[in-house]
Write a protein that binds this ligand. Structure first.
Ligand code: ACO
Length: 325
C-alpha cells in the first residue's frame, strides 16, 4: 500500500494578540459574552507587513524543517485560503518564490474554513497519481482584513494565522495496513444551496471590491453540527475504524460549542478533541493545521496516533480526513 505520510508540520501567528477585553473597547461586547458563546479568549491580528503569504511562508519553513527536508525537496504546493494576498497570482506561487521551492508547482484552493481538508485531499491525490513525491500543504488566512469591525456578531469570532504540513508518498507492505503512517481516507462535500448563510459581499467579478464577511451564525451552527457528524461517521464506516480507536480529533476551530456538540454526537470524550479556539479564535483554513502543529509540538499527538481532521465552512463545504501521525 502507498500512503501520504505527514513528515512534519509548522505554524505561524501574527505578532499582535488581541484579547476580548481589547475588542470590548471597540465594539459593544464583553469577555463574558464571547467566552460563554464561543470559548474564544484572544486572537492574533495581522499588522503592517504581515499578509497571508508571509504567514504561510513562516509556517511552511517550520514544516519543512520539522520534516528534515529543504525547499528543493518539495514537488507540489497546495495552499488553502479565502484571503489571498491578491486576486492573482495565487498566494501559493508567492510562497513558492519566498521559500525557493524551485522544483514545485503551486496553486491555491478555495473552500473557506474547509480549505485545508480540500488542499490535503488534492495533494494526497496528486501524490498517489505520481505528480510528485513530496507536497507542502498550507492553510493560511488574514480574515481580519475582510471583517466588518462594526458588526459585533462576526468580528469577535475570527483571527489570523497559518499552518502547514509536508507530505511524502511512502510504500508499505499490505500486511502493515493497520499500523502504516499516513493519510488513510479523506471525504469532502459541498452544498451550494446555503451559500447565503456565510459569504463575503464583494469580489472581482461582481462588485470589484474585496467585500466583508457576512454570516447568519445560528443557522451555520445548526448545519455545522449535523454535517460534521455525518462526514465523521462516513469516514469511520469507510475505513472500518470505531470512534473509540481515535487518539485525537483535530477539528476546525470555529467555536468551542460546535466542538463539544460534535464530540457528544460521536460519543467521543472531549479530552480527545484538540482545542485551540480559546487562543487563536477561528482562523478559517489555517485552523486545522495550526491546531495540529500545536498538538504535535506540545507532545499530545505522537507518531502512530490515529488522528481525525475535520472542518466545515462557507459554501457550505465540509470534510474529514483520517490519518496515522
Ligand atoms: N457581544 C455581545 N452580544 C452579542 C454579540 C457580541 N459579540 N454578538 C451578538 N450578540 C447578541 C445578539 O445581538 C443577540 O442579542 P438579542 O438577543 O438582543 O438579539 C444575542 O447576543 C444572541 O445572539 P445569537 O446570534 O442568537 O447568539 P448565538 O447563541 O447563536 O451565538 C454565535 C452566536 C456565537 C455566532 C453562534 O451562532 C455560532 O457560533 N455560530 C456558528 C458560526 C460560526 O462559527 N461560523 C464560523 C464560520 S463557519 C464554521 O467555521 C463552522
Amino acid at each position: 500500500i502507498r500512503r501520504s505520510v505527514v513528515l512534519g508540520s509548522g505554524s505561524a501567528l501574527p505578532k499582535r494578540c488581541v484579547t476580548n477585553a481589547d475588542l470590548a473597547e471597540q465594539v459593544e461586547t464583553s469577555d463574558d459574552w464571547i467566552v460563554e458563546r464561543t470559548g474564544i479568549r484572544q486572537r492574533y491580528i495581522a499588522g503592517e507587513g504581515e499578509t497571508t503569504s508571509t504567514l504561510a511562508g513562516d509556517a511552511s519553513r517550520k514544516a519543512i524543517e520539522a520534516a528534515g527536508l529543504t525547499a528543493d525537496d518539495i514537488d507540489i504546493i497546495v495552499l488553502a485560503t479565502a484571503t489571498p494576498d491578491q486576486t492573482f497570482p495565487s498566494t501559493a506561487s508567492k510562497v513558492q518564490h519566498d521559500l525557493g521551492c524551485k522544483n514545485a508547482f503551486a496553486f491555491d484552493v478555495a473552500a473557506v474554513c474547509s480549505g485545508f481538508l480540500y488542499a490535503l485531499g488534492a495533494a494526497d491525490s496528486l501524490l498517489h497519481r505520481g505528480m510528485g513525491k513530496r507536497a507542502l500543504v498550507i492553510g493560511a488566512e488574514t480574515f481580519s482584513r475582510i471583517l466588518d469591525w462594526e458588526d459585533r456578531t462576526t468580528c469577535v469570532l475570527f483571527g489570523d494565522g497559518a499552518g502547514a504540513m509536508v507530505l511524502e508518498l511512502q510504500e508499505f507492505p499490505a500486511s502493515e495496513a493497520a499500523t502504516a503512517r499516513g493519510v488513510i481516507e479523506t471525504k469532502l462535500h459541498t452544498d451550494g444551496e446555503h451559500n447565503c448563510l456565510l459569504y463575503v459581499d464583494g469580489g472581482p467579478s461582481t462588485t470589484q471590491t474585496v467585500g466583508k464577511l457576512r454570516m447568519k451564525g445560528r443557522e451555520v451552527f445548526r448545519h455545522a453540527v449535523v454535517n460534521l457528524a455525518n462526514v465523521l461517521t462516513e469516514v469511520l464506516e469507510g475505513t472500518g475504524y470505531e470512534a473509540s480507536q481515535i487518539d485525537w480529533v483535530v477539528p476546525h476551530q470555529a467555536n468551542a460549542r460546535i466542538l463539544d456538540a460534535t464530540a457528544k454526537k460521536l460519543g467521543l470524550p472531549t479530552e480527545r478533541m484538540v482545542k485551540t479556539v480559546e487562543m487563536h479564535a477561528n482562523t478559517s483554513a489555517a485552523s486545522v493545521p495550526l491546531a495540529y502543529d500545536v498538538a504535535v509540538r506540545d507532545g499530545r499527538i505522537q507518531p502512530g496516533d490515529l488522528v481525525m481532521l475535520e472542518a466545515m465552512g462557507g459554501g457550505f463545504t465540509w470534510g474529514a480526513s483520517l490519518l496515522r501521525a
